[in-house]
Write a protein of this length. Structure first.
Length: 500
């Protein structure tokens, strides 16, 4: 049950009640208000509210008043300041700039999102001239901080381009003085000592994929002539040791690894968590498979019902919580994103779960051939024949032109969750986010039908689980969940550059 009650609607709410949304959670009723406060009431208390009864001074009255649910008690200045703070990402332009330096890749993955090319497809390498134009454009952003993320294909295949971009960006940034960072998403199998030395010296943060225990990972990510799993693990350990040798805290500085949850992975939630923890990872992102960048026939093989995913998620996070109860500090990223909004009233600016979404105004993707996309998802759809999210070319584009592009405007409108059909009356609207590219890909419309959306099903399922935990109110669990909302900045990876 989820619904929006406001004054004037039936059933009649007490006149002092602000507009609320409500949902059954663990036998009680969760109420949220438009600015993100939440409170549980019993079914009986809710029935009274729905009949318009609210006795001043009662227990439920006090709880509602404390949480800004009563008009006469709302501290408007405080609420406005909190809303301004949550939306402060709107004051900046895109800070994430994804460079597809090549489409070539030496691994073949069953779910390949990136639409890889064979290793001899050298025409899919970004030229140094185009790479410089991408850097020049990225530095035009109004954001005071930017991250250049190297993607592919496999970026280690085009390592000369990576090196060129790093050096050129550092040099050009002297004129801009932005906080500049680099990340690389790599399968690590083409790493060698020389590349590692360059990446560590130039503070390029590294991120890889681990799809679970060795048999699952190796089956899903085929590396001809070797084991994709053992190659990744070998280099994760080497890179983590390099950070320790620099005197960096290993609980904060280590290779980040991403999971893509496939059908095989669904059966192994605990083993997947164990694998990550044994590799030294302290943040596990239990991402479901995306619908982008692969053909329909592949989708039929690897897709699954999201009810199965929700079950997998619950089991895996319970297992992570158990680790925490035994003293390990490890978190799940989806949970941390939602909990930061639910418990801290802060928005961590995760681009896919914010309102409006981060397409173009939070991130841009630059393809090897110079085409610019609103997001990596838009870029992946281009590789499967859909050009809906191309917004320019680095040879001719201007920053202003990109930000004012009609596609960008449409994406902003379609990702303001407070006015989307279904989201508008969803209890979780204050914390959630919609991804118009996902709607477009799966439903053929930017404005999705959330009750049929697999992404909505994931978001709703995760928030149900988290609010159930908050309703149980076990002090140790709540303490762990609160700890997951603490952001520890990785300042080592930021090239703070004063403009000269
Ligand atoms: S995407 Fe789904 S869970 Fe999120 S606000 Fe919209 S309807 Fe609610």
């Amino acid at each position: 049950m989820t619904q929006l009650i406001s004054l004037g609607q039936k059933p009649a709410a007490p006149p002092d009640l602000v507009p609320i949304r409500f949902r059954d959670v663990a036998g009680d009723v969760l109420l949220t208000n438009p600015w993100g406060d939440w409170v549980f009431v019993s079914q009986a208390e809710f029935a009274d509210l729905a009949r318009g009864h609210l006795a001043a001074g009662s227990d439920v009255y006090t709880r509602l008043a404390e949480r800004n649910f009563l008009r006469s008690k709302v501290d408007v200045e405080k609420v406005a300041a909190a809303m301004r703070n949550k939306k402060r990402f709107l004051d900046y332009g895109p800070n994430l700039h994804m460079f597809v330096v090549t489409l070539r890749c030496n691994e073949t993955c069953v779910y390949c999102h990136a639409s890889r090319a064979e290793m001899d497809a050298v025409h899919t390498d970004m030229t140094p001239e185009l790479a410089e134009k991408c850097v020049d454009l990225a530095l035009q952003t109004t954001s005071p901080a930017i991250t250049i993320e190297f993607q592919g294909g496999e970026p280690l295949v085009a390592f000369d381009t990576v090196k060129h971009v790093v050096k050129y960006a550092l040099q050009r940034n002297r004129a801009y003085g932005k906080d500049l960072g680099f990340t690389m998403v790599s399968n690590l199998s083409l790493m060698d000592d020389e590349k590692l030395k360059f990446l560590v010296e130039h503070k390029v943060q590294m991120c890889t994929s681990i799809d679970g225990p060795e048999p699952i990972h190796t089956k899903q990510r085929v590396l001809v002539g070797g084991s994709s799993y053992f190659e990744s693990v070998k280099w994760i350990e080497r890179i983590n040791k390099a950070y320790i040798d620099l005197g960096l805290d290993p609980t904060l500085y280590h290779v980040e690894a991403l999971l893509t949850t496939t059908r095989d992975a669904l059966k192994k939630p605990r083993e997947i968590v164990d694998t990550y923890i044994n590799l030294g990872c302290r943040a596990i992102f239990l991402r479901p498979v995306d619908p982008f960048g692969f053909a329909e026939k592949t989708r039929a093989k690897i897709e699954y019902d999201r009810a199965e995913y929700r079950e997998f998620y619950r089991t895996a996070v319970e297992h992570i919580l158990d680790y925490n109860r035994r003293g390990e500090q490890v978190l799940e990223r989806y949970a941390a994103i939602f909990l930061t909004k639910i418990l801290q009233g802060e928005d961590p600016n995760f681009l896919d779960i914010r309102s409006p979404g981060g397409s173009a105004i939070g991130a841009l993707a630059y393809n090897y051939d110079g085409k610019i996309f609103t997001s990596d998802e838009g870029r992946m759809m281009h590789e499967t024949g859909d050009d809906s999210f191309v917004i320019g070319d680095v040879r001719t584009a201007t920053y202003r032109g990109l930000m004012k592009h009609e596609t960008v405007r449409a994406l902003i409108l379609a990702s303001i969750r407070e006015v989307q059909p279904d989201c508008v009356s969803c209890t979780y609207a204050p914390y959630c986010g919609v991804q118009p590219e996902h709607n477009h890909r799966t439903q053929g419309t930017l404005f999705g039908r959330m009750r049929e959306s697999t992404l909505c099903s994931v978001h709703k399922g995760i928030q149900d689980f988290l609010f159930e935990k908050l309703r149980e109110n076990d002090p140790k669990t709540v303490e762990i969940l609160r700890r997951w909302t603490t952001v520890r900045e990785r300042t080592h990876f930021v090239h703070a550059s004063a403009a000269s």
